[in-house]
Design a protein around this ligand. Sequence first.
Ligand code: PFF
Length: 447
Amino acid sequence: MANSNHRAGSTTERFSQVGFIIAAIGSSVGLGNLWKFPYITGENGGAAFFLLFIVCLILVGLPVLLAELAIGRSGRASAASSFVRLGGGPVWRGAGLLQVLTPFLILSFYIIVVGWTLHYSILAFSGQLFANDDFGSTFTAFSSSYWPLIWQAVSMVLVGWVIAKGVSAGIEKFNKILIPAMAVLLVLLMIRSLTLPGASEGVSFFLQPDFSELSPESALIALGHAFFSLSLGMGILMTYGAYVDKRQSLGTATVAIGAGDLIYALIAGLIIFPTTFSFGIAPDEGASLVFIALPAAFSAMPLGWLFGGLFFVLLAIAAITSAVSILEVPVAFAKEQWGWSRTRSVWTVAVICFLFGVPLGLSNGLVPGLMIGGRNLFDWIDFITSNILLPLIGVLIAIFAGYRWKNVAEASGLRSSWFRLWLFSLRYIAPILMLFVLLYTSGVLRL
Ligand code: PFF
């Protein structure tokens, strides 16, 4: 990348200090917090798992998060080039490219789910969702119609529109409006769920510590989720890091982002379990939790259309602010690599990503035959990215910052005692634990 384009291409766009933290929280708070975290916590020993999750966040998540930010800010380039700019050779160019490919693949299926949340917001507010009690069939009928495809396109246009406005007028402004709105919705829904009859049973399931449920497997699940939840390994924080002011404390930002992610996850659990338990509905995870189990609970409560509608808006906000952050990664790459304008980069990437996602969306319902080895295309891309590419990139980032990068101390801006702890994690804890996660999630290691 020694062309003039690249040299001239040092990013000049910047976040404000607060804007950056809010945008990073917007990225980290996503479907992972709302439809995955509560369930895996409830299944793996409640508060015991929550504590384990916090330990993983501190030992591995935050160190890698800080490494991504520091690399991004020092490289002032796209996620594909920062390693190289900081002294990495061709192998690191490959690692950088992987960091751009992975978010592209994730966005191709995540944007489909963004579309589902928008569709369900409208269904709930219009009351149509509650016209029929069989929420499983409603979801199947929706999945096998053309609607998901239309919503997929609408969602991509929406996310592209935000990114096209730029870092400060687009990403930052959008998050500054939506993240506080999301906080209000969360608190409102939490109050509603905690005041339902029998809510305490749900709270106990979520938070009562049961250390006997913890296993080595829970540790790997907690670690993998800490990583996903902070949006690590997706090139996002490296790309955002390139827009961070040089006076901003990265250590403080890291802690603020981690705390924000944790608080939003905790409140999500305090909404989901009291709601499902109060109506005797088995909590599930993923799509069946939010599109089947929760609508059943909302339909049974007074003003369910309102609370259900607000819940889907909450979900849509969480998903869109994450999708915005991930689209910026390939867009920053396209701008840098081909010298395109932001607008051209956004719409080129958005169209290609949408087209790539069409068969994935179809494989979910309309064309059920789009399967390979018992898994549909949507699930394959989810599996490959979440279980293989993300932990692999995590290992690479820790190795780069821990062993390869000469300027790491200065770039981190940490005081020497914190720096030593950070480097210790990057050298000895994060890469080894992430390697275990990789072996476990890819199916090589069985527990
Ligand atoms: N931290 C995000 C979440 O919990 O959903 C991870 C993420 C996924 C970010 C997909 C962005 C994205 F497009």
